[in-house]
Ligand binder design. Structure first.
Ligand code: ZN
Length: 291
């Protein structure tokens, strides 16, 4: 009896030993397997986060185009009743390229909206010409420096200067504007926390209408974006959006934007869209304010 009891105890001890050993082995194997899979996943995660290459010279324009239309929310939409409209908008001019843009637009019987800055001394003459040729002049700021977002005062001082310049050139006080970087820009946070929340309300209170964009041509993604890529970006909204405010840039280097215009216009026309200039009564698109 005694021996048998001892033998049972020995068997139990051996069994426990093997159970513990098996558990330990399973645990180590499990950890190794997890390490293997997490090591495999790491490079994929890194790849998707890789940013496209940019140069310093593009910083201003790239920042402006950084807000994707997909993050946008409509502030107000004019009931269109099936009307399909495209608003071609050109930021940062006038430049030596403005004439080329206007020539292409006019050959197609289309008018554009130009959000102008004080691009160079003597730019009043070009602004007057844009106006006289029947296109729309709107305000984009005098300096296009992000430091204007330091305070409400610095912003409105700068806006007042471009407003006066446009008024002197055209005899018309424009009440249409686009913020540098769009209303969704977060670069402004570097200068003043919450400034875009303040300014978007304040410009409206002062009677301005501000416009963002709901389609980005992508012409500011780098210095020379191929024309066919600009066409693809610009026409991707066909069939999805009835009202399109298309962001493009008027800069000396943006020759492919001019090259892309006839095809963009033809594609929208073929899909039944008409072209118009922005106004206080037109369709409006506002991004979500993020600062
Ligand atoms: Zn701009």
């Amino acid at each position: 009896m005694k021996r048998k009891k001892n033998s049972n105890a020995a068997n139990k001890g051996m069994t426990m030993f093997f159970v513990v050993l098996t558990c330990l082995f399973a645990f180590v194997a499990g950890v190794k397997t997890m390490q293997y899979f997490s090591a495999r996943q790491t490079p994929e995660t890194t790849e998707t986060q890789t940013a496209p290459d940019k140069t310093d010279a593009e910083t201003i324009e790239t920042a402006e185009a950084a807000a994707p239309a997909t993050t946008a929310a409509p502030a107000s939409e004019t009931a269109s009743g099936g009307d399909k409209v495209v608003y071609l908008t050109f930021d940062d001019g006038p430049t030596d390229n403005t004439k080329n843009i206007m020539n292409v637009l006019e050959a197609q019987g289309v008018r554009g909206t130009f959000f102008v800055i004080h691009s160079h001394d003597g730019c009043e003459e070009q602004i007057r010409e844009i106006h006289e040729r029947g296109h729309c002049i709107a305000l984009h700021t005098y300096s296009h420096l992000y430091s204007i977002y330091r305070s409400e005062k610095t912003y409105f001082d700068d806006l007042g200067k471009i407003s006066d310049l446009v008024y002197n050139a055209t005899g018309t006080r424009s009440m249409l504007l686009r913020f540098p970087g769009g209303s969704s820009n977060t670069i402004s946070r570097k200068y003043c926390d919450g400034i875009m929340t303040t300014l978007t309300k304040e410009v409206t209170k002062r009677g301005y209408t501000y416009f963002d964009w709901n389609v980005d041509s992508g012409d500011a993604a780098k210095v020379h974006v191929p024309a066919d890529k600009i066409v693809r970006n610009s026409t991707a909204a066909i069939g999805e959006k009835n009202e399109v405010i298309l962001l493009m840039h008027d800069a000396v280097a943006k020759t492919t934007t001019v090259d892309a215009l006839p095809e963009i216009i033809a594609a929208y026309r073929a899909a039944g869209y008409r072209f118009d200039v922005l106004s206080s009564d037109s369709f409006v698109w506002h991004h979500t304010v993020l600062n």
